[in-house]
Ligand binder design. Structure first.
Ligand code: UD1
Ligand code: UDP
Length: 370
């Protein structure tokens, strides 16, 4: 069959696989950049790992993302079921849509499924945020990162350090250092958040006079003693600590049956604009989140990471993030709150993750390779 010379050349599809809150936030800038690239058209597959509106649907609206083109419904389940169900669904989507490339960001089970399904279909897989390593193989995310990077056709490393981690594993030819899309997301949404968010009024907070905390890692939520120690620390400060609860944490706190009536201000997961505004105006943040560690450095908010290791060591080396145990949170938070010099020394590394053009760089690499 011949194609008329003047027939429109159809765009090559770039299929984005995502499943959880942080992936929606950090993938959105790449989807936008691909949509703006001649010859490429984005499509989104949502595995359904996160399904509550406040972890998923609301972010599509806030980030101005179109509704997913493909929805799986893997929901909450064991790692095997979550990964296996997504693997089947992604394989089917690739067979039907024949995308020119499949991209996935980060280290969740959705990323592992995307990496395996795509490489087994002999399609092109790009891993966004490649090369992060905590060295802690007991975390499922570390396994997901290592395996996704191993099969990636494009490894989009956010920093030279991440590229060096890949090189140490013999992965160097298909690596592109592009920055972290978290900066793109902050750059696009921080000004809107500053204009539109009412989060400080909503929770009766004064800029610079409260802390934020988040926790959702099984190490912290599924160990009752660790969780109790963390909650005691956050609930006994003499300043408010805004604590948006991930559902995993909400369930774990409910099971502990503790009374939280002190400084802790628990709330439902916040919309992205409200979270950005709360984080930017906080005196400090205590967290075990990956994305929040990065955002804290971008927004110049001192960060305490309640974990024994981090795959974001550049924040620690720059002095804007400290690894702490739950029983150190109270004294470390108080020190930042009370001591201006200590506080100021922990907020000077805005540019660790690039200039906010990671999405465009990724789109350009994909376009030129196709
Ligand atoms: C997952 C990712 C983690 C990421 C986090 C972002 C993996 C292995 N883990 O962890 O890397 O940092 O997302 O937030 O991929 N739940 C709800 N509603 C939802 C989703 C979950 O109530 O919409 C509850 C369920 O009780 C579920 C629990 O949260 O069992 C944990 O959810 P799951 O997606 O398995 O892991 P996360 O802790 O969210
Ligand atoms: N976040 C949010 N609302 C909240 C808590 C976090 O919008 O109540 C955002 C935050 O800005 C960051 C992302 O969620 O971009 C981090 O997600 P999470 O901590 O769930 O996952 P991780 O980054 O650890 O994988």
């Amino acid at each position: 069959m011949t194609t008329p010379a003047d027939a429109p050349v159809s765009d090559a599809e770039v299929l984005f696989v995502l499943g959880t809150r942080p992936e929606i936030i950090k993938t959105a800038p790449v989807v936008r950049a691909v949509a703006a690239t001649p010859g490429l058209t984005p499509a989104v597959l949502h595995t359904g790992q996160h399904y509550d509106a406040e972890l998923s649907g609301e972010f599509f609206r806030t980030l101005d993302l179109p509704e997913p083109d493909v929805r799986l419904d893997v929901g909450s389940a064991s790692h095997a079921v979550q990964t296996g169900d997504a693997l089947v669904g992604i394989e089917d989507a690739i067979a039907r849509r024949d995308p020119a490339a499949v991209l996935a960001q980060g280290d969740t089970n959705a990323v592992l499924s995307a990496a395996v399904a795509t490489s087994k279909c002999d399609a092109v897989f790009g891993h966004v945020e490649a090369g992060l390593r905590s060295g802690e193989r007991s975390m499922p995310e570390e396994i997901n990162r290592v395996l996704a990077d191993r099969v990636a056709d494009y490894a989009f490393a956010p920093t030279p350090d991440a590229a060096a981690n890949l090189a140490a594993e013999g992965i160097d030819e298909r690596v592109h250092v592009v920055g972290n899309t978290v900066v793109d997301a902050c750059r696009d949404h921080r000004p809107i958040a500053a204009r539109e968010s009412t989060v400080l009024d909503d929770y009766d907070l004064t800029a610079g006079e409260y802390a934020v905390a988040t926790a959702h890692r099984p190490r912290n939520t599924d160990d009752p003693e660790r969780l109790r120690t963390l909650l005691d620390a956050l609930d006994s400060r003499d300043y408010p600590v805004l604590f948006p609860l991930h559902p995993r944490t909400e369930n774990a706190v409910a099971a502990l049956d503790v009374e939280l009536s002190g400084s802790l201000v628990p709330c439902d997961p916040l919309d992205y604009l409200d979270f950005l505004d709360a984080l930017a105006n906080a005196r400090a943040v205590a967290t075990d989140s990956g994305g929040v560690q990065e955002e804290a450095s971008v927004l110049s908010t001192p960060c305490l990471t309640v974990r024994p290791s981090t795959e974001r060591p550049e924040t620690v080396e720059a002095g804007v993030n400290r690894l702490v145990e739950p029983d150190e949170v109270a004294t470390q938070l108080d020190a930042i709150v009370a001591d201006d010099a200590r506080h100021d020394a922990m907020c000077g590394a805005r540019d660790l993750y690039g200039d906010g053009d990671a999405g465009e760089r990724i789109a350009a690499v994909v376009a030129s390779a196709l």
